[in-house]
Write a protein of this length. Structure first.
Ligand code: AMP
Length: 110
């Protein structure tokens, strides 16, 4: 499999505006924001890699929860009280980058 743009962000090969970073999850600003705050959350560990919700298996079923927990912690840290969380699932669901990511959208600014 070819590395995606998000693999390259984790590897530090291309820049990203990182706003959340733990051992397991990275959050960075979407390059084409659809809301005043638009963050993408991805899992950093190789064992947690899955391309899409559509490809989740028993081994990776915990990953969406990890991303949701990170988004919730991020909102709490930043004092954001309302937001939307979205997964684009598959090409027909509008997914363009095949590295599972959670969109965090809020009308509240950082
Ligand atoms: P999706 O349609 O769910 O696959 O969304 C992929 C998202 O990644 C889009 O909202 C893009 O704007 C965003 N994106 C693509 N390349 C980058 C990048 N280098 N840095 C930040 N966001 C990106």
């Amino acid at each position: 499999m070819q590395p995606t743009i998000f693999h390259k962000i984790i590897a530090g090969e291309i820049p990203a505006d990182i706003v959340y970073d733990t051992d397991e999850v990275l959050g960075f600003k979407d390059i084409h924001p659809q809301a005043p705050t638009h963050i993408l959350f991805i899992a950093k560990l190789e064992k947690d890699f899955v391309s899409s919700i559509i490809d989740i298996t028993d081994q990776t079923a915990h990953v969406p929860t990890k991303l949701i927990q990170a988004a919730k912690d991020f909102a709490s840290e930043k004092g954001i009280t309302g937001y939307q969380l979205k997964f684009h699932c598959g090409k027909d669901g509008g997914q363009e980058v095949f590295f599972l990511h959670l969109h965090f959208l809020s009308q509240q600014s950082l």
